[in-house]
Design a binder for this molecule. Sequence first.
Ligand code: TRP
Length: 432
Amino acid sequence: MTTRVLTGVTTTGTPHLGNYVGAIRPAIEASRKADVDAFFFLADYHALIKCDDPARIERSRIEIAATWLAAGLDPERVTFYRQSDIPEITELNWLLTCVTAKGQMNRAHAYKASTDANEAAGEEPDHGVTMGLFCYPILMAADILIFNAHKIPVGRDQIQHIEMARDVAARFNHTFGAGRELFVLPEAHIEEHVATLPGLDGRKMSKSYDNTIPLFEGGAKAIKDAIARIVTDSKLPGEPKEPDNSHLVTIYEAFASADEAAAFRAALVGGLGWGEAKQQLVQLIEREIAPMRARYETLMANPEQIEELLQIGARKARAIATPLLQELRHAVGLRRFNAIAKPADHAEKAKGALPLFKQYREADGRFYFKLTSHDGRVLLQSEGFDAGRDAGQWVGKLKKEGAAALSDAPVSLGAGVAHDDVAAALAQLAAE
Ligand code: TRP
């Protein structure tokens, strides 16, 4: 069975080397596995929660799309699309909003972080909090559930959101599924073996620490300049270094084979100078990144090529999302009126579910009747009559008088049938 793996990236920034090593490279590697059906999307509705600068949104969307393509994402294999091209996501967002407890959203980390910061600053707890931020976990659940994705590779900070998506999916299944699993319950997948890349100062590489190494922005020169600023100890060339305490080594290892990493460590222990070590690191990173940078620049110069790929991706994605949403609308009662059963249909259908009198003639030439339950069990069996009319009269009497006529009627109960069963069946017929 193939596993559907889905990843989204919020389009507010420009990818740096830490994003490449920590998210982009492992996701692309995973998407190449034979048993994986990968979905990758630009979470541009999520970007609007954090950013009200249209120019930045526009730039980030195209940069991130070009980055992933340049880094080797194969749009033939992977369903690659923009969130905002899939209207079914926002429709589902509303259906989910209506089954999500507000109290649960109160506890979402992203929202809590804002209210905590406000309280610490002496502000109203909800100061500056939009409904977009408050409801963000629901939109994320819609992203995941609309494609019935199984596995969501995320950082630890996102685990709570995947749990909320599971919860809301389970509630929706329970409320509207009528015993069916409308939604798959997604699972968070934490890449344990992918180390987070340290930044120039040794803390996690992050824009908010201003310690990043650019990926494609600024070309090879920008990488070289950033690496020159990596903080090291002040040991001189010729002095033995301690590779275990060096984040420069950690960055090196993110791009090196095991043999190369061992040789680099040995050279440092043997006195390799930091300046020389940094040059080797630049070369190593360039070996992997330079060919991608060339593809990136071509793509950025031809945005219409990216647009076309994303349009194809949106069609592929909607081929899955549209029928599911149709089913969901039906499940919650948003149905076309011409699909509603007419009253006459109801009567027809109900008829099949009622007990039934049957009159017939046997090979002995005599006339009989029997009463069967809605599921075909024989409730009553008559004796044989010489005339069909007599059988008919008894049927009429039983229908009209119900159980009261039973004691005189020339009938016997079916095997294992109680008097009360017959009485109930006759009452049901009388009520018709
Ligand atoms: N919220 C995620 C982040 O900030 C991005 C995202 C949006 C996402 N929708 C998603 C990730 C669905 C995985 C699945 O990183």
